[in-house]
Design a binder for this molecule. Structure first.
Ligand code: BJW
Length: 239
């Protein structure tokens, strides 16, 4: 173990599946029930803000339900951050708060956060746990009707990209957990690591992702089993 060795972990919806939250592209996932174009683009919000807010209100209510808790995979990543001598950065595509509830502190939400709202007019971001509606007033600029979920829709720039690419370029290990590898730029991170570093790359998923052949190592199974086992191994003997 070496304090110079940093670990970057990309997570996707699969890590939260066993906590009771839906993935997007699995059978029965979110995109099997609603069309991306209807709820996850700026054009959809402009055309039908009520529908888009309702879609996220429903998911926010689900996330804040008493029975939704971080699982063993979220906890294992928080333990890795606590016990590994070098930097551990979790870059999540997920808009849920299960990583932070499990104790991860060095965490970037590249697709935003469900428990925040943003004013379209002035950009002010505020914590948000209840339903969002057209009647809400921005506490910063006083305008009504422009509060939207602070999430990244298709065609919008993901958050924190400079910090993410800097971390990818200096990492000693790259892990990708519970993501299907369909959505860019996250799906391209593995290629970026391969091009810029000699770091090993590991995919942990239920099944091979779109980019599976790019990874040096693949571990398939439910995240609540594979991730704690992998973290134990890394903490005991590195990789
Ligand atoms: C388990 C498990 C268990 C299940 N254990 N595993 C053509 C080519 C290339 C790119 C583009 C293109 N045309 C357009 C683009 C860009 C576009 C894009 O990628 N489109 C593709 C569809 C082609 N991307 C964008 O527009 C992004 N912005 C952008 O590119 O800006 C320009 C830019 C330029 C240069 C640099 C940087 C930026 C924005 C993307 C926004 C994504 N938004 C969403 C919705 C908002 C948030 C929300 O509502 O939650 O984010 S879409 C949705 O997909 C969500 C997710 O974060 C994202 C990724 O999904 P994820 O996490 O991979 O979930 P699934 O369901 O796909 O996979 C789950 C996996 O888990 C599965 O494999 C299961 O097997 C597995 N699993 N149970 C382990 N127990």
């Amino acid at each position: 173990m070496n304090s110079e060795q940093s670990i970057v972990i990309l997570t996707g919806a699969g890590i939260s599946k066993e906590s009771g939250l839906d993935t997007f592209r699995d059978a029965g996932g979110i995109w099997a029930r609603v069309r991306v174009e209807d709820v996850a683009t700026p054009e959809a919000f402009a055309a039908d803000p009520v529908r888009v807010r309702e879609f996220y209100n429903h998911r926010r209510a689900r996330l804040t339900a008493a029975n939704i808790e971080p699982n063993a995979a979220h906890h294992a990543l928080a333990r890795l951050e606590d016990d590994w001598p070098g930097e551990v950065l979790v870059v999540t595509q997920n808009i849920d708060d299960l990583h932070e509830r499990a104790g991860s502190r060095n965490l970037l939400h590249m697709h935003g956060e469900l428990l925040k709202a943003r004013c379209q007019a002035c950009g002010h971001v505020v914590g948000w746990r209840g339903d969002l509606s057209a009647g809400h007033v921005c506490e910063a600029c006083g305008r009504t009707g422009g509060m939207r979920p602070d999430v990244v829709w298709f065609g919008e720039m993901p958050f924190e990209m400079e910090r993410i690419y800097a971390a990818l370029e200096s990492c000693s290990l790259f892990l990708s957990i519970g993501t299907s590898g369909n959505v860019y730029p996250a799906a391209g991170f593995v290629q970026h690591v391969i091009a810029r570093t000699r770091a090993p790359t590991v995919e942990m998923n239920l099944e091979p992702s779109e980019g599976a052949s790019l990874f040096a190592q693949a571990i398939y199974g439910p995240a609540t089993q594979t991730v704690p086992e992998y973290v134990d191994r890394v903490l005991a003997q590195g990789w």
